[in-house]
Design a protein around this ligand. Structure first.
Ligand SMILES: [Zn+2]
Length: 428
């Protein structure tokens, strides 16, 4: 078995230590470990984190392989420091049967860049009318634990209640894309001063907040667990904070872009800034950062949403919603949360690895960096600064809002169960 010695890394941002990998597991963590028989990775000054886990990724396969495949998406994930991603169900066909989720799961295993845990649809065809075969997807080889109609909201309260009741039996979770459909008909951007000035259809904060309020109450009523995707407003934060204070079993995520960008960018009419939920105001951005810091928001999830050129390079109204995010997520979190003093690297590990793995019950991921644990690790050069060049992305798509923007930090190495998937910034 091959041994790798990662020498002098700041484990979770702490004091420099050596980490010895033997085969698929971490054999030892300490100072002055022997390098005998091991390949040495000099890591002085770099931060070693547990492999990142993304609870919200769109891999697009099957059906939209022109924007991403399981292979290109998991290569993008490895580039960004991820060792596990949860793949959303809005593919073609929809991942609403055991057959589709097993196919996606197996592709992830075959390619070997990053574990892929499929998310099952809540309703058949994401149509919001009839519950999908949640039990069969859970029982399948993919072992689905997270269910979501993401891209669409489970807006029927009875269906949402049934889904929450159903997943309770096996400890699953429903991840809600909170968007009241009637309140967002024709919506193009956040409803506010900028939408009024630009004359674009507004997407009110209440469309998100009303669904979150309803769903935390439903979760409390049935005694089940609900996860809220991509919180984007200050009001949503207040509702989740209130629900947690009541002891309701709710978790929440925020995307990197909602921690950094605002609706002022829509003034450029560049569709790269068109996303669901929309970019909000500076006040919302600061509320989201504060909530991520104090634990009201549990995790960062990318909502990596690749789109081909032709679906984004058009006028604003016609453009698809979404941004790629796997390869820039950690840099944006460093910029907005670490370099601002809001989070330590240990706090980042909690919100981008430990906690998402716990919510999605990803076996072997989100584990401490200690002896006997699976060697799922990522090494970050936090002193690096550079501008984002989408031409270098491993993703098949290029729809990043950060092109040309200078961001801190760069993932140099990723190990999936001891196997290097990224070495010196290059995919293996
Ligand atoms: Zn969504």
């Amino acid at each position: 078995m091959s041994k790798i010695l990662i020498r002098g890394a700041k484990v979770l941002g702490g004091e420099p230590q050596d980490v010895l990998i033997d085969g698929e597991v971490v054999e030892a963590v300490g100072t002055g470990l022997s390098a005998e028989g091991a390949e040495v990775v000099e890591a002085a000054g770099k931060v070693l984190l547990p492999g990142l886990v993304d609870l919200h990724t769109h891999l697009r396969e099957p059906g939209r392989e022109d924007s991403e495949t399981v292979l290109t998406g998991t290569r993008a994930a490895a580039s960004g420091g991820y060792t596990a991603v949860f793949a959303m169900a809005n593919t073609f066909p929809v991942a609403d049967t055991a057959g589709v989720v097993e196919q996606v799961y197996r592709l992830g295993q075959e390619h070997g860049y990053c574990d892929v845990q499929p998310i099952g649809a809540v309703t058949v065809g994401l149509e919001g009318k009839k519950l999908a075969e949640l039990g069969a997807m859970h029982e399948s080889a993919a072992g689905v634990t997270v269910f979501s109609d993401d891209g669409k909201c489970v807006d029927d309260a009875v269906i949402m209640r049934r889904a929450l009741e159903y997943v309770k039996a096996f400890g699953g979770v429903v991840a809600q894309h909170a968007q009241e459909p009637r309140l967002t008909e024709g919506a193009q951007m956040n409803e506010g001063i900028v939408s009024a000035e630009l004359g674009l259809g507004g997407w009110p904060a209440v469309a998100e907040e009303s669904i979150i309020a309803r769903d935390v109450l439903l979760a409390e009523h049935v005694g089940s667990r609900v996860h809220i995707c991509h919180l984007s407003t200050a009001g949503s934060v207040e509702i989740v904070r209130w629900a947690k204070s009541r002891g309701i079993d709710v978790t929440a995520e925020v995307t990197p872009h909602h921690l950094l960008l605002t609706d002022e960018l829509v003034r450029t009419y560049n569709p790269v800034y068109k996303v669901n939920p929309p970019l909000r105001t500076e006040r919302d951005v600061f509320a989201l950062r504060e909530a991520l810091a104090d634990g009201t928001i549990d995790i960062v999830a990318t909502d990596h949403a690749p789109h081909p050129h032709e679906d984004k390079d058009c006028e604003w109204a016609a453009a698809a919603m979404g941004m790629v995010g796997l390869e820039t997520a950690l840099s944006v979190v460093q910029e907005t949360m670490v370099d601002t003093g809001l989070l330590t690297w240990a706090g980042v590990a909690e919100r981008m690895s430990f906690k998402p793995a716990e919510i999605g019950r990803a076996k072997g991921h989100g584990r401490p960096v200690s002896a006997g644990e699976p060697a799922n690790l990522t090494l970050v050069d936090t002193a690096y600064r550079g501008s984002v060049d989408p031409a270098g992305f491993a993703s098949r798509s290029r729809n990043t809002p950060y092109e040309g923007r200078e961001l801190p930090g760069r993932v140099t190495h990723t190990w999936l169960r001891g196997k290097a998937t990224l070495v010196d910034g290059k995919l293996t």
